[in-house]
Ligand binder design. Structure first.
Ligand SMILES: Cc1ncc(COP(=O)(O)O)c(C=O)c1O
Length: 385
């Protein structure tokens, strides 16, 4: 009988991807729109990385790669995780994937049986719950609160643990809140994973986009329980290259590679050689990352100051490139607020699918001129201009 599976029918397409596509389409039609929707750097990929891709092409490095990635890149990853994250891993404990997204997708496929519970901290990145459910898991939400700076309370997390808890997902710096979790909180969560023997999935894709505080990898505390997920997209402005990576216990990494071998075979070979350059040409990459970080910091400060002068409330983000803005002065709920802002010429993502009710997500991965224009339009919506 024809028809779609129950599994796919219950999967929601990504709200952020959809809203961004709508904004781009409106702009294509000539609508004057400032889009604060994109979850991607507005910088171009650095030249040394592009050059490495050209080199790979001209050297004919255009064939299939092993499912877990080319050995040179896995070696560089083991070294990166040691140098930058203090994790002691061998190349066999690393995997290269089609974006951080595939690392997470394969990971949930690898560890979840039907009914297994995964604790997800809300507001959350929209894909975690969908991926967990797609793998047969059950999402258990634990709130983080604006009045606590969206930092999780380990005691609240502990109360959500049951004998069926298979994993806890943490994401610091966080999308959509911009929160950077303090080391002691991450240590406490890693200890819970050890004590109750579940996996800690640590999504560290924004590790380099950090304006205050320090990045800490909880895999240092619970190496046998932690899967550390990362990728080239945000750090090196490589969203379209689709390269992610992860490290963790070998049996899970091998299972993730099996899922790849039966679905994508391997990530793009040329993009892997380019990523190798991004990870090993440390001097050039560091200069790029620092340039981008300083630009985002200035934009964050400009946006926060503007919001505050309009009386719009937002928790000060310490990392990533998002702000969650309280929409109560604009409309009764975040969906209506996003509509009003769109009518005024600013596209934002309503917090609904992040479980950030009463908030919209603003991305400041856009120029200062665009941010100023967006603030002028917010002022008009509030009758302040
Ligand atoms: C929190 C978080 N994790 C993972 C990803 C995946 O990124 P990619 O698949 O582009 O590497 C994103 C992208 O927006 C993200 O925001």
């Amino acid at each position: 009988m024809r028809g779609l599976s129950q599994r796919v029918r219950s999967m929601k397409p990504s709200a952020t991807v959809a809203v961004n596509a709508r904004a781009l389409e409106l702009r294509r039609q000539g609508v004057d729109l400032v889009a604060l929707t994109a979850g991607e750097p507005d910088f171009d990929t650095p030249e040394h990385v592009k050059e490495a891709a050209r080199r790979a092409l001209s050297q004919g490095k255009t064939k299939y790669a092993p499912p877990a990635g080319i050995p040179e890149l896995r070696e560089a990853l083991a070294e990166k995780f040691r140098r930058e994250n203090g994790l002691s891993v061998t190349p066999e404990e690393t995997i290269v994937t089609v974006g951080g997204k595939q690392a997470l997708f394969n990971l949930f496929q690898a560890i979840l049986d039907p009914g297994d519970e995964v604790i997800v901290l809300s507001p959350y990145w929209v894909s975690y719950p969908e991926m967990v459910r797609f793998a047969g898991g059950v999402v258990v939400e634990v709130e983080t609160l604006p009045e606590e700076g969206f930092i999780p309370d380990p005691k609240r997390v502990a109360r959500a643990i049951t004998p069926r808890t298979k994993a806890l997902v943490v994401n610091s710096p966080n999308n959509p809140t911009g929160a950077v979790y303090p080391k002691e909180v991450l240590v406490a969560l890693a200890e819970l994973a050890q004590e109750h023997d579940f996996y800690l999935v640590s999504d560290e894709i924004y590790e380099h986009l950090l304006y205050e505080g320090e990045h800490f990898s909880p895999g240092r505390v619970a190496p046998h329980h932690t899967l550390t997920v990362n990728g080239a997209a945000k750090a090196f402005a490589m969203t379209g290259w689709r390269i992610g990576y992860a490290c963790g216990p070998k049996e899970v990494i091998q299972a993730m590679a099996s899922v790849s071998s039966q679905s994508t075979t391997s990530p793009d070979t040329i993009a892997q050689w380019a990523t190798l350059e991004a990870l090993t040409n440390q001097e050039a990459s560091r200069a790029f990352v620092e340039m981008a970080r300083e630009a985002y910091r200035k934009r964050r400060d400009l946006l926060l100051e503007g919001l505050s002068s309009l009386g719009l409330k937002a928790v000060r983000p310490q990392g990533a490139f998002y702000v969650l803005m309280d929409t109560s002065p604009i409309a009764p709920d975040e969906i209506q607020a996003a509509e009003r802002l769109l009518e005024a010429g600013v596209a934002v993502v309503p917090g609904t699918d992040f479980a950030a009710f009463g908030h919209v997500r603003l991305s400041y991965a856009t120029s200062e001129a665009n941010l100023k224009k967006a603030l002028e339009r917010f002022a008009r919506v509030l009758g302040r201009a």
